[in-house]
Design a protein around this ligand. Structure first.
Ligand SMILES: Cc1ncc(COP(=O)(O)O)c(C=O)c1O
Length: 444
């Protein structure tokens, strides 16, 4: 049974806020705020290049598709080791286009996890198909292949594993299952760009991969965007047609598609960012390793479950998600919020329990691991520019909540360049303060 430190728990949240708990000596004195995200830090470094790229598009007058989009698609295909990368307007559209290209029809069943962002399921229902939710593995939070096998029926027309939080789903188990059932695999790789599985990139493992350029993703634009990958020439052709209203040649419509083109400005911005993606990913991996070390210094594994790394491939840590049992998750989150440490719950309501899917007839208890994860998980800041000092603040605040003293000395750690560049006041500090809990930026 977890016994949180009640002296740091607010009698009510507003009272605690008014007392400015940060300054109390028992809270370890003042520690600066840490936002869940700090997109401004990435922009600060790339500002000039991004502005020049946007200017180039504005000067050209080619705002939709165009040369920057074609170049981005070629660069993405190279980076991911796939023959085809096809851009579109969002990750949500990528999922819809993938299902359309695979000719998913009303009444068809599609197996997917319930513990994912809404778009994975809404793409299915928008075509009149039926989402069949599978439970998750409690350690990885990824779709459980054993439950997929139980739920495979003759009506199943596709399986959508989601590489949630940046970790590839168990494709060793899922691909043979799909092959034996004769159904295609659509990878929801919105959170997993550059993750690998036995050396191959996610998105290149199944029939179609779907990615998002939403600003909080590991490769995020200055707005919405997405892309698809496939190794199949026939599917690449269909996807290119479907994203432009099925039109080829101009004003001749072969099929009914949708309007889902990537803006040239987004492509130009993403082309500035793509060369940095590998080093940003490495920084996320270092941050994850540092969290693991810090959690063990405070012996916090008694209270929270820290996520594991992936031995079969590269985990790209779009999110660092801990599990807090015994009903303490929400109180810990309140404590972190009061200490101005950003966190988020991905996802508080599993999709099978969403109001808009009530007609599907799922009940509480149908997916026990999914429901438990929704009650117990909490995402902490993991963005590439996060400094070691900020990570110490995050873990220190969690330790404070559990009344857990540091039991082991930290390993010697060389200071990182941006460690000292984080003043506790000044414009950066204010921007980070504003970033904590900014709802539109923390959606995953
Ligand atoms: C797992 C998952 N699938 C799909 C999407 C949809 O992507 P987008 O927001 O670009 O539409 C997202 C992110 O938003 C996501 O996290």
């Amino acid at each position: 049974m977890i016994r949180p430190n009640t002296s740091v728990l607010p009698a009510n949240a507003s009272e605690k806020h008014a007392n400015s708990a940060d300054d109390r000596p028992e809270a370890g004195g003042f520690l600066p705020a840490v936002g869940l995200l700090a997109l401004d830090r990435q922009y600060d470094v790339l500002r000039e290049e991004i502005r020049t790229a946007i200017d180039r598009v504005c000067d050209s007058g080619r705002f939709v598709l165009g040369p920057d989009v074609a170049d981005l698609e070629a660069e993405l295909a190279r980076a991911l080791g796939v023959p085809h990368a096809i851009s579109c307007a969002s990750g949500s559209d990528a999922l819809l286009l993938a299902l359309m290209a695979l000719d998913i029809k009303p009444g068809d069943e599609v197996i997917l996890p319930s513990y994912t962002f809404f778009a994975t399921a809404s793409a299915v229902t928008r075509l009149g198909a039926v989402p069949i939710f599978a439970d998750i593995d409690p350690e990885t939070y990824l779709i459980d292949p054993a439950d997929v096998e139980r739920k495979l029926s003759r009506r199943c027309r596709a399986i959508i594993p989601v590489h949630l939080f940046g970790r590839t789903a168990d494709m060793d188990a899922l691909l043979p299952l799909a092959r034996s059932a004769g159904v295609p695999v659509i990878e929801d790789a919105a959170q997993s760009i550059l993750s690998t599985w036995h050396g191959r990139c996610s998105g290149a493992l199944g029939d179609i991969g779907c990615f998002s350029f939403y600003p909080t993703k590991n490769l995020g634009g200055c707005g919405d965007g997405g892309f698809l990958t496939t190794t199949r020439d026939d599917l690449a052709k269909s996807l290119k047609l479907l994203r432009v209203h099925g039109m080829e040649p101009r004003y001749y419509h072969q099929v009914v598609g949708i309007n889902s083109r990537l803006d040239s400005i987004q492509a130009a911005v993403l082309r500035v960012k793509l060369p940095h993606l590998d080093s940003w990913t490495t920084a996320r991996q270092s941050n994850a390793a540092r969290y693991m070390e810090l959690f063990s210094q405070y012996d916090l594994e008694r209270f929270v479950t820290v996520p594991g790394d992936e031995s079969r491939g590269r985990h790209v840590w779009n999110q660092f998600v801990i599990r807090v049992a015994d009903g303490c998750r929400d109180a810990l989150r309140t404590h972190l919020t009061q200490c101005k440490v950003g966190s988020e719950i991905y996802y508080p309501v599993p999709l099978h329990m969403q109001q808009c899917f009530a007609w599907l007839g799922w009940r509480k208890g149908d997916l026990p691991e999914t429901e438990r994860a929704a009650e117990e998980t909490l995402a902490l800041p993991i963005f590439p520019e996060l400094s070691p000092a900020e990570q110490r603040t995050v873990v220190g605040r969690i330790a404070e909540f559990f009344n857990a003293p540091q039991t082991r000395k930290p390993k010697d750690e060389p200071a990182r360049a941006n460690d000292s560049a984080l003043p506790a006041d000044g414009p950066h500090f204010l921007r980070r303060l504003n970033a904590v809990g900014r709802a539109d930026d923390v959606r995953c």
